[in-house]
Design a protein around this ligand. Sequence first.
Ligand SMILES: [Zn+2]
Length: 689
Amino acid sequence: MQAMRWMVTAALLCGSAVSAGAFAAAAQQGKAPLGVDLKGMDRSVQPGDDFDNYANGNWRKNAVIPADRASTGIFLEVFQKAEKRNAQIIRDAGAGHPAAGSNARKIADYYAAFMNEAAIEKAGLAPLKPELDKIDAIKTRTDLSRVLGGQLRADVDPVNATHWDTEHLFGLFVTQGLEDPSHNIAYLLQGGLGMPNRDYYLKNDAEMAGFRDKYKAYVAATLQRAGVADAQAKAGAVMALETKIANAQESLVESEDVHKANNPWPASAYAQKAPGIDWNAFFEAAGLAGQPVVDAWQPQGIKGLSALVASEPLDTWKAYLAFHTINESAGLLPKAYADASFEFYGHTLQGTPKQRDRWKRAIGAVNNDLGDAVGQIYVKKYFPASSKAQVQDMVKNILAAFDERVDSLDWMTPATKQKAKAKIETLKVGVGYPETWRDYSALEIRPDDALGNHLRAVEQEYRHQKAKLGQSVDRGEWWMTPQTVNAVNLPLQNALNFPAAILEAPFFDPKADAAANYGSIGAVIGHEISHSFDNTGAEFDAQGRLANWWTPQDLAHFKAAGQKLVEQYDAYEPLPGLHINGQQTLGENIADVSGLTAAWIAYHKSLGGKDAPVIDGMTGDQRFFLAFAQSWRTKTRDAALRQQVITDGHAPGRYRAQTVRNIDAWYKAFDPKPGQKLYLDPKDRVHIW
Ligand SMILES: [Zn+2]
């Protein structure tokens, strides 16, 4: 699963959180720390030509991407701070000889097992033997359907943290119904690929062709290492099957369209709507038999994958399942498997030269599988009540700025404004950590069974999600752990999570100048709030129900403004011939533009009617926009950049920094001239919220 792979993870996810009255006070003294990195700027660049390089050019010239990373930047800097703290927490967990069954005991045992390379070598493929035996025993389509159902896990998330891909043929997501916010239902999503997404199988450029050759060789080597006969021929068959899966899948842009996802089929209707799989056997093995609703998120994709279960040879499916069963656990198998997996997923697909040290991978795995157990200790140690209060205050200020902004929109009718304001008012904001913690008492963790621990944790998570089915919705449920450097908007819950670990310098420094804090973490808070009103968020009402609460003329204006933003981002070309997909990244780009606008308003409110001080020759607005651009500074390896552009809903950080070109105040602050590359005529600037 995700944790076992060598993904970019740390960088560029959603957004984030904090600040408040404290900076305003500091700023008014005029001598606050700047919060802007002057040395990182390149003043030989005209801000109107390339604001990212103006703010970050010297930093980028000198920044070195760590050998075990695909990128560097402020997200990595803050991630490393959290990683160090988590490492301390995890290593200390066993110190007091905690009682068997306690969270501390589980953390210590999980970590010890992960670090015990000798035991992992000795076990070989043994922890996977029960699953590999089941695959080997497949004789009929019903057997195959049962194995596919038994592998279903809660490993996808189309609306919150947005994980679109699983290498299982399908993935499960559980949350409230799109049209019934009072109860949780099951959502079935397409999956089944070993490479990052369908474009890696279908695109005709030289890079992708090269990745396909290397993937096929990797599949063959893995099967061979596992003692499978005819590994070469089987790898060819697996590749051909995955190419058919890729063809059957819906695209990312289609998947992002919630209207296309609104297909609440009863489990009993699948046999007729998506023939091929023995759905009775599948749902029974998945523990979902008799579900009144299993929403088909990508109905065409699910139909296509089901048909392949019937049409493709059983032997090919068996080789495919054997490979993926090993591949998804490669990081916890003997070194030969783990190294080969890194070579393909880390080195080839991301350009990262060196595998991360084992202890770092162990910390990451504990954080994934026992996230709330570590998180409870993390917030006790590193997130005092005063920080929580301060952050809640800042969120309140930016919500008020957003509300004010809605009032001032000249294109929006009063009826739509009223609905938008109701949504702001009912938004449930979680800061730092959840109100209730995940219970791990039923999860067995052994000090000598690294892979077994992980498999049991993933199964436990699946059981937890399944247990929510049919229950009423907990709007306080969190979708990120507190020690995660990220933040998230939950459109169906109409809620936000700002984890403790992102509320750190340089995103947020209580001692820094207000301009910098609002430009950095303030824009991140604004970004998350704005997701409630992006092209997806705006489809949900205050109760999180998929509902059309817009008047037709307002909706037409909103769509036209969105289209302008699509075209703006379509024009960016991060690598030769590879453009950003403006539609695929639209929600994030709307959130960036609107979040920056709301943060700017909140910054000015925080000044209490006074002029911002000039510090080191820079006005408050200059510092605000520079801090914003610097919070998105990144340097990324080409292969990883390619993967991000193709698979991610977020534009690369360099282009997020250029968001400023849509904000009128930026023109006043830096005086860009018509004809310069970022300059937009007032009528071409996108103002959505
Ligand atoms: Zn976002």
